[in-house]
Design a protein around this ligand. Structure first.
Ligand SMILES: Cc1cc2nc3c(=O)[nH]c(=O)nc-3n(C[C@H](O)[C@H](O)[C@H](O)COP(=O)(O)OP(=O)(O)OC[C@H]3O[C@@H](n4cnc5c(N)ncnc54)[C@H](O)[C@@H]3O)c2cc1C
Length: 332
């Protein structure tokens, strides 16, 4: 199928589905099939109702979720090409989808209540309240348990998840001579394209020797480590050293400490200790035959060791062995 002669339609396997897309929509990332699996697990225990996927692109994540756990699916996207692909991808898979093309505020009907999954604790409530306030600033929410959308309609919600994203503020650097590409482009030593100018933190897109590729991170640890090194290199460029790093962040949500090391692009994610339904667990991310990342919830001890394993490009079996030793300890 080709929706437009000017662009080439590509296909990829996404879980057991085949998904068509082209350059007008976000390229499906194979590892996000995990999100479909997680969604399917949630849907299995969720109250009756439709599954709603916002900004759905080619529809792959929602379609795979309902292929695994049958439910009515509503996909919303502003982009007509994305909506066409969602319809054709659903038809190919023999799935039924209601596609709503348009701005979220207009396309989102009030017959789809947002529901929170799982139990309620004081922490859940305060997190919810914070999120509600954030939403309020953006679209003028109407109360503690009601979100007012930009079209004036209201939506009863137990939980609002606001994924805001971030964009590097480099507009003021345009025309300065610095090379810009989703951030300020730097070499391995954080030196920019202008002599004597170094960059660090969220804004720096640098060449990370650990991965042999450029990246830009939005984590405190990265900003602090890069700031220190960029300053040292600027003072003594003759002995400048590379910033070689495995990404790491942590975030405290009430009593829950979430930590992530490495990159989330993965061929598989395996829970190796604890239980995602409980208060603590550790999951490893496999990339090829290596460990590429780890997610820890209230299990801080192994995180730095796994960061080292990732930096050493340790084999998956080595990381698993380490994780099993932890698991054995927590059982004994
Ligand atoms: C809501 C939120 C939650 C976060 N939670 C976590 C977390 O839990 N864990 C984690 O590791 N990271 C977290 N982060 C990311 C973390 O805050 C950033 O990675 C870190 O602050 C980056 O530091 P920085 O110095 O590079 O940039 P910033 O802290 O953004 O500092 C840049 C400064 O430059 C100023 N500035 C920008 N343009 C100009 C200009 N033209 N002239 C003058 N000043 C300018 C800005 O106002 C700002 O003060 C979070 C970020 C946000 C927004």
């Amino acid at each position: 199928m080709n929706l437009d002669d000017a662009v080439t339609t590509e296909s990829m396997e996404f879980g057991h589905l085949v998904i068509d897309f082209d350059e007008r929509v976000l390229r499906p990332r194979p590892w996000t099939a995990m999100q479909s699996r997680w969604a399917a697990e949630l849907v299995a225990n969720a109250p009756d109702g439709k599954v709603l996927e916002l900004c759905s692109g080619a529809g792959h994540i929602g379609l795979l979720a309902i292929a695994l756990e049958p439910r009515a699916l509503v996909c919303v996207d502003l982009n007509p090409a994305a909506c066409s692909f969602t319809r054709s991808n659903a038809a190919r898979a023999g799935l039924t989808v209601e596609v709503r093309q348009g701005d979220l505020a207009e396309a989102l009907a009030l017959d789809i209540p947002a529901r929170r999954h799982g139990g309620s604790t004081d922490d859940d409530e305060s997190v919810t309240a914070e999120l509600m306030r954030a939403r309020q600033e953006i679209v003028d929410a109407g109360g503690e348990d009601t979100v007012q959308l930009s079209d004036g309609s209201t939506l009863a919600s137990d939980l609002v998840v606001a994924a805001m994203g971030a964009v590097p503020a480099t507009g003021w650097l345009e025309g300065s001579g610095l090379s810009l590409d989703d951030g300020v482009v730097c070499d391995q030593t954080l030196k920019t394209s202008a002599p004597g100018v170094y960059a660090a933190g969220d804004v720096a897109r640098w060449s990370n020797p650990t991965y042999g590729t450029t990246m830009r991170l939005e984590h405190w640890t990265n900003a602090a480590e890069q700031g220190a090194l960029a300053a040292r290199n600027a003072i003594n460029p003759a002995e400048a050293t590379s910033y070689s790093s495995v990404p790491f962040f942590w975030s405290d949500w009430g009593d829950t400490r979430i930590q992530f090391v490495g990159l989330p692009d993965a061929d598989a994610v395996e829970v190796v200790d604890g239980d995602p339904e409980g208060a603590e667990f550790l999951a490893l991310y496999r990339r090829g035959d290596h460990v590429g990342g780890a997610l820890s919830v209230n299990k801080p001890r192994p995180v730095m060791r796994i960061r080292t394993l990732i930096a050493q490009r340790a084999r998956w079996s080595v990381a698993l062995e380490y994780a099993q030793s932890l698991s054995a300890k927590s059982l004994s």
